[in-house]
Design a protein around this ligand. Structure first.
Ligand code: SAM
Length: 275
């Protein structure tokens, strides 16, 4: 069976190509690259000679049909993006879905990604976390995302361009997240790698004073503290709803809605009073 390999490549430091990625890129019949000129630097550095064809957001739909034909003809292919892991805020999702639907094999070759590098270096809680990719630039989608971020009770990770960083921080501040801990991870794996830590408010002030941000950034926002809950009140409410004949799932939902409990906490309380 033919294989489409999804190969992670460095996000700055060219030493970060895994042995397996190198072996795969040297062995495949063709490399699908987001930007062939960009990936040519990596291929030259590692003497990888497989022919490259482009696969980017503007030709992914058309290219997918060709890829299916190449796989059906017995070729092995590798997908790479400009940096990091394909499909993570990068093209490839449509392609992978089509290849899976066609019954061909997809094999990930894991490696660098700015998302995980930023998360593990930030010093914020790592599980659970939510990855939002790039925030919408305007409109109701942006307003809705900012609202979600301000309400989130776990770490949020976002990609942002350096010239929009100040505005994102200011919007989060305006949304009421000013006192929350946050981290701007910049130039990961590169010479000037930096983790700038502070509250949203402090980071806002820093980047307002120094608006020229060089390099690439990931923004991480710590979740807000869950509201302190009076367990006795929650148990009493759960008991009375259960006694009135409401099913446990409905009771848990009521505890979440009325007392702003986390869902797993609500279920624990319902279980503890129901047994
Ligand atoms: N697929 C890539 C990955 O796995 O990380 C991400 C591609 S996305 C188009 C590019 C964004 O990733 C940048 O705008 C930035 O937010 C983040 N990024 C990529 N490389 C980075 C680096 N070396 N340092 C900080 N952020 C980086």
């Amino acid at each position: 069976m033919s294989t489409l390999y999804i190969v992670s490549t460095p996000i700055g430091n060219l030493e970060d190509l895994t042995q397996r990625a190198l072996a795969v890129l040297r062995a495949v019949d063709r490399i699908l690259a987001e930007d062939t000129r960009h990936s040519a630097v990596l291929l030259k550095r590692y003497e990888i000679r497989a022919p490259m064809v482009s696969l980017h957001e503007h030709n992914e739909a058309a290219r997918t049909q060709e890829v299916l034909a190449w796989l059906a003809a017995g070729e092995d292919l590798a997908l790479v993006s400009d940096a990091g892991t394909p499909l993570v805020s990068d093209p490839g999702e449509r392609l992978v879905r089509a290849v899976v639907a066609a019954g061909q094999q997809v094999v990930p070759i894991p490696g660098p990604s700015a998302l995980l590098a930023a998360l593990v270096g930030a010093g914020l809680p790592t599980c659970p976390f939510t990855f939002y990719g790039f925030p919408p630039r305007s409109g109701t989608a942006r307003a809705e995302l900012l609202r979600q971020l301000a309400a989130a009770e776990h770490t949020a990770v976002l990609y942002e361009s350096p010239n929009r960083l100040g505005r994102l921080l200011a919007d989060l501040d305006a949304e009421g997240a000013g006192e929350r801990s946050a981290v701007v991870a910049r130039e990961l794996t590169k010479v000037h790698e930096e983790f700038r830590r502070g509250t949203i408010h402090e980071l806002c002030a820093h980047y307002a004073a120094q608006p020229l941000v060089r390099g690439e950034v990931v923004v991480l926002l710590e979740g807000r503290e869950a509201a302190a809950v009076d367990v006795g009140t929650a148990e009493a409410l759960a008991r009375s709803l259960l006694a009135a004949g409401h099913p446990a799932s409905e009771v848990a939902r009521e505890l979440v809605l009325r007392l702003q409990l986390r869902r797993n906490q609500a279920y624990r309380i319902v279980q503890s009073v129901g047994t």
